[in-house]
Design a protein around this ligand. Sequence first.
Ligand code: PLP
Length: 302
Amino acid sequence: MRDVRTNQFDGGAAFVEGDWVPLSEAKLSLFDWGFTRSDATYDVASVWRGSFFRLDDHLERFFRSLATLRMSIPHDKAEVRRILHGCVRAGGLQDAYVAMVCTRGVPPRGARDPRLATNRFYAYALPFVWIAPPEKQRAGIDLFVSRRQRIAPESVDPTVKNYHWIDLVMSLYDAYDHGGDTSCVVDAAGNVTEGPGFNVFVVSDRVVRTPDRGVLEGISRRTVIELCGALDIPLRVQAVPAEDLELADEVFVTSTGGGVLPIARVNGRSLRHPAPGPVTQRLQDAYWALHDDPRHRDPVAY
Ligand SMILES: Cc1ncc(COP(=O)(O)O)c(C=O)c1O
C-alpha cells in the first residue's frame, strides 16, 4: 500500500483494490454480489474539525458485521483505521463522511455459491454529509411515520449495517406524498423502528424512549443513551408504539450525519414543544461538546 499526501485529491478520496484513487474512479464490478444481491455491509464514521469521532466504535461494529455475514477482508482494524485516515488526508477534509464497505465479491461465472467469492473492501471519504439541510436542523424536520414495515430482524439482522433500503426509500416517497421531509418505518406490531439513516427518540413527560429492537444500534444512539445517563435524564430502551410519536412532547433523530436532530412535526402535526425542545437541545449541545473529549477523538495527521 503506497502512502498518500494531503490534498492529493480534490474534495475526497477512495481506497479501491489496495490503492487510493479520486472519487470519480471509485467503481466496482457490475457482477459483484454487493450490487446484485445487496450482499454487503458497511459503516460510516465522521471527521469533525480534523478528528474522527468514536472511530473505535465504528471499527468494532464493522468487524462484528463482517463476522456475522461470514465475510473477511485482508486488513485488520489497525490497517482499516490507517486506510480511513489516508482517505481523509488525501482529500484534505476537515469535516468528513468516511465510509468502509465490504461486498461479497464476484463468484466464478455461473457459480451460485457465496463461499467461492473473494470479499472486497472499499473505503472513501467525502465532505461531511448532513441528513437534513441547515434550516431544518434549526427549525426542525417534518417526519412522516410510514406504515411500511422494516424488513424483519429475523430475515436481515438490523444490527449489521446494510444496504437493504428499499423499504426505507419507499417510505421517503410516502413522506413526500404527505408533505413530509423524511420518514420512519414500523415493525409488524406497529412499533416505530428507524428511518433512512437515523434512529428515532421520543420524549414524553421528560422521559426519553427509543426502540430496543429491530434497529441498527447507531453509534449516535449509543452516545445519546450514554449522555442520558451522564445528564440524569430518564431513559427507557423499549418498544415505542408509532402513535406515541404524534402525541410526544419532543421527537428527535440521531445519526452520524448530524448528531441529534430535532423533529418539528409528525405526520403534519406540530409537537407540544416547538423544535428543538429543551431535552433535545440539552442532548444536542452535549453531543457536540463530546467531540472535544479526548476519549472519543482520533486526530487526522494532515
Ligand atoms: C438504518 C439506519 N439506522 C440508524 C442509523 C444511525 O446510525 P449511526 O448513529 O451509527 O450513524 C443509520 C446510519 O446510517 C442507518 O443507516
